[in-house]
Design a protein around this ligand. Structure first.
Ligand code: MG
Length: 159
């Protein structure tokens, strides 16, 4: 039995007329995240943190963006696919945290539902995934509202 930590980072540009999905939760906004999939940076960063902790590579290895199979796949579905790979490797998510850099909209009201949705998608107990955010204080592309950045850490038990 071993404990392993992983870190994931993801960013997507904001674009007008797209739905905003973060942590598998729809967020009311006139802009959404652009991408080959639904652009759910929170779910993608968490998926990468989990894969990295388990020594299973990256999202890009498992779900290459050039592969049509993964077009339009939701962040929640990616986490479910990662959960299956973790289970096959004998790995279990003990805890995880996702921190978003997002100038707008305000995400506070959605932290709890994002955490629960992502915990559920990973097949992990209630409260396993915790979500927070910072506005970025106008600094950098995410701080200026050009996109959303997500950083995630995950602690896994393996074997
Ligand atoms: Mg992504």
């Amino acid at each position: 039995m071993s404990l392993r930590i992983g870190h994931g980072l993801d960013a997507h540009r904001l674009a007008l007329g797209r739905p905003l999905m973060l942590g598998g939760v729809p967020i009311p906004s006139d802009q959404g995240l652009a991408g080959h999939s639904d652009g759910d940076a929170a779910a993608h960063a968490l998926a990468d943190a989990c894969l990295g902790a388990a020594g299973l590579g990256t999202m890009g290895d498992h779900f290459p963006s050039g592969d049509e199979r993964w077009r339009g796949v939701s962040g929640r579905e990616f986490l479910e696919l990662v959960a299956a790979r973790l289970a096959a490797a004998g790995a279990r998510v003990l805890s995880a945290q996702v921190v978003l850099v997002c100038a707008q909209p305000r995400l506070g009201p959605f932290f709890a539902s994002m955490g629960e949705t992502m915990s559920e998608a990973l097949g992990a107990p209630h409260g396993t995934v915790v979500v927070g955010a910072t506005s970025g204080d106008g600094l950098g592309a995410a701080g200026r509202g050009e996109g959303i950045l997500a950083s995630a850490v995950a602690l896994l038990e393996i074997g």
